[in-house]
Design a protein around this ligand. Structure first.
Ligand SMILES: [Zn+2]
Length: 257
């Protein structure tokens, strides 16, 4: 009888856990018809004696479209699962609490920006369903991981998350390819989870400076930056990032718009 009760109890726990586990969001993958034509000069005629080229022609690769590859999508799905499972981790919340010192927003909440940031975070952590995502494939150069406009697509009230649209962002597919090949401090999927969370918070209205100076923009304890980094490190203080005030040995640092 006792064992039955234990089984029933553990079943209940299992179901409760399944009930609250946040499923990864529905993603709409999109891309734009970017022209990524790479052109180079090719020598057509050379001086026979000096071998100096005196006539060139321009050779361009055929127009190709930047879109999502299977392995990129796979990494993003993995990152989304990481984000979904970490956003309600106590260690992540503690990490943000410890390191987030500045709160900036493009909106005027009824409460302080800091309090609104926590409303938003806590709403995300307790929500049972994510807003849907639009993820754009983009080539953003070598140092930028992602990009999102500052909006107020979703926001937290005291006890729930409200949203009035999809969370939209662009992710740098070139950077994703580089990360697939090489894990840094965190795994590639963990870093991407941090980037997606960072961009998501932009879409929820949170900002950091965009001066172009890395120190000013990313190392001053801005909520958006810290929150993304705490997701990537799962709140860990030992394998983490410079924005959390720790060493960065052997790690490449990227700008995230
Ligand atoms: Zn940013």
């Amino acid at each position: 009888m006792k064992s039955l009760r234990i089984i029933a109890f553990s079943l209940m726990i299992t179901f409760t856990l399944i009930g609250v586990a946040l499923a990864a969001p529905k993603i709409t993958w999109y891309y734009q018809n970017d022209d990524v034509r790479g052109c180079r000069k090719e020598c057509v005629s050379r001086d026979v004696i000096t071998r100096t080229c005196w006539q060139y022609r321009e050779v361009c690769n055929r127009r190709s479209v930047v879109t999502w590859s299977g392995s990129q999508k796979e990494l993003v799905q993995k990152a989304m699962n990481i984000l979904s499972s970490r956003v309600d981790n106590r260690s992540v919340r503690k990490c943000i609490q410890r390191h987030a010192k500045r709160f900036r927003g493009a909106y005027a909440p009824k409460v302080s920006l800091e309090r609104q940031a926590w409303h938003d975070f806590d709403a995300l952590a307790s929500v049972s369903r994510w807003p849907e995502f639009n993820l754009g494939a983009k080539v953003l150069g070598t140092s930028t991981q992602g990009r999102a406009s500052i909006g107020r697509v979703a926001y937290g009230t005291r006890d729930q998350l409200k949203w009035n649209g999809r969370i939209s962002m662009e992710l740098n597919v070139t950077a994703i390819d580089q990360n697939i090949r090489r894990d840094g401090f965190n795994t590639a999927a963990e870093d991407l989870a941090g980037t997606i969370f960072h961009e998501m918070l932009h879409q929820m209205g949170h900002e950091h400076p965009n001066s172009g100076d890395y120190n000013t923009d990313y190392l001053q304890g801005h909520f958006v930056v810290v929150a993304g980094d705490c997701i990537a490190s799962n709140g860990s203080e030992t394998r983490t990032s410079r924005s959390l005030g720790l060493a960065s040995s052997g790690r490449r640092w990227h700008r995230i718009d």
